[in-house]
Design a protein around this ligand. Structure first.
Ligand SMILES: [Zn+2]
Length: 462
């Protein structure tokens, strides 16, 4: 068909579809009607040129602009014979990045830096000749609930993993709890480790980290088996499943930011109050039970991903500081454990592959409602509870951009870093306080985003 005629028919179709529709509706050629799909307003500005605006979680304009980051679309009717131009507008973050695309939703590719320009702080423009008329595109490598269940299907028969679904989400999706250990070795003398991820649904990096960690632990190598004989790992790989399925960035379908909802009463902080959402009470129920067992949990990792300038590497949120800086003995003890853990990660992943930590971490978290707040209120320095943040950009791999396999590599380093952390005979020469290196070429173009915002400063909006 002649291009011009095809275009006229197409415009007619789009106008027809869009007449009477409100903001956030899709044209015929751009859809988000699949798991984790998300986009706001879609406008076709000319043949093979589109303007896409990001959506708020659940279409809720009351949420912070910073909560507008995830997008994931399927585009049809792309003409592979000509340059496609896609303008991405309405972003809540001004950091430059290269999105990902796929022709089959399985194999994903990064746009090159040459293909992505940033005409304005909150806009990106992609220009590319695609190899197919149907293309999926996303902020970062998607990782859906279906991806998780498929992965669990692959590992479920391994004798070193136990899979349970102890709770369900608000929408009745099973929340997985994976337990990895050498079950033939007596638990006494083992370290019990807790990890959870995907509290913020679009933070997919930690899902690849967990795959790398689990693949390593189940690899059957002598090194992995030794770790399994010394540890019990309890992993909730996806807390906010409903948010993941809805294509949200940060919240549940009820606009809840689960990260700040470990609600407890200051006078009795062990139980959660009745206004904590089920996805939080589910995790709380599990960890509380483990805390009355031998061994109790001594390490608790909260896995996230942070929007940032492209060269920011993975980082951590250690709390408190040294006695010399005015912290109590138990506060300084937690700080020291956290620094030791970050040192052990540097020893495995590379001291040039992680951000240096600040000179002190402060106290603000202690009275708030994060998971780490709950751990501190109840168990002080006996549980080394810390948030780890992956990043989406070059992330230490410059000039390349981080891939799922790089993140899996970080997961293997996490398993070995935990092993080293728990081995008192290991002393780390490099302190996380001084991590720096030739890989880092970070020059913040947006100072306000660096250091990446402490979750304590994120607006608490429900
Ligand atoms: Zn997060």
């Amino acid at each position: 068909m002649h291009h011009r005629l095809k275009w006229l028919i197409f415009v007619g179709l789009v106008l027809c579809v869009c007449s009477g529709c409100g903001e956030g509706e899709n044209t015929a050629s751009v859809t988000r009607d699949f798991e984790s799909g998300s986009i706001g307003e879609v406008r076709q500005v000319s043949p093979n040129e589109w303007a896409l605006s990001l959506a708020d979680d659940n279409g809720n304009p009351e949420l912070s602009d910073r909560w507008r980051a995830w997008w994931y679309v399927r585009m049809d009717d792309i003409d592979p014979d000509r340059l496609a131009v896609i303008h991405l507008k309405n972003r809540g973050w001004s950091c430059y990045y290269t999105p990902v695309y796929s022709y089959d939703q399985k194999t994903w590719h990064r746009f090159s830096e040459e293909e992505v320009s940033q005409p304005g702080d909150f806009e990106l423009t992609m220009k590319k000749k695609f190899a197919s008329s149907t293309v999926w595109m996303a902020r970062f490598y998607p990782y859906t609930y279906s991806d998780l269940t498929a992965y669990i299907g692959k590992i479920k028969n391994n004798p070193h993993v136990d899979i349970e679904t102890p709770a369900t989400t608000q929408n009745k999706k099973p929340i997985y709890l994976l337990t990895l250990s050498d079950f033939d070795v007596d638990d006494s003398g083992k370290k019990r480790v807790w990890m959870h991820a995907r509290t913020h649904p679009a933070e997919t990096g930690p899902s690849f980290v967990l795959e790398g960690l689990i693949d390593f632990l189940l690899s059957g190598t002598r090194e992995a088996d030794a770790v399994l004989s010394q540890f019990i790992f309890h992993i909730v790989p996806m807390q906010n499943i409903d948010g993941v399925m809805a294509g949200n960035y940060r919240t549940t379908p009820l606009n809840e930011n689960l990260e700040v909802m470990w609600y407890s009463d200051p006078g009795n902080p062990l139980p959660l109050t009745s206004d904590a959402p089920v996805e939080v009470t589910a995790l709380h129920h599990i960890v509380e039970a483990f805390m009355s067992q031998e061994p109790a949990i001594s390490i608790a990792l909260n896995l996230h991903a942070s929007n940032s300038d492209p060269d920011v590497r993975p980082f951590f949120f250690p709390h408190f500081g040294t006695v010399a800086d005015g912290y109590t003995v138990s506060e300084a003890s937690l700080w020291k454990k956290q620094i030791r853990f970050i040192n052990s990660m540097g020893g495995q992943y590379g001291v040039n592959m992680l951000e240096p930590v600040p000179a002190e971490g402060g106290r603000s978290f202690a009275t708030k409602m994060y998971p780490e707040s709950w751990w501190w209120k109840n168990f002080k320095d006996s549980v080394m509870a810390i948030t780890m943040e992956t990043t989406y950009g070059r992330a230490g791999y410059g000039p390349d951009w981080i891939t799922p396999d790089d993140l899996r590599c970080l997961g293997e380093s996490l398993a070995l870093g935990l092993r080293d952390y728990a081995d008192p005979s290991i002393h780390f020469e490099k302190s996380a306080l001084m991590f720096k290196g030739p890989v880092q070429k970070y020059e913040p173009s947006h100072d306000s985003f660096y250091p990446p915002a402490d979750p304590g400063e994120m607006k608490e909006q429900r």
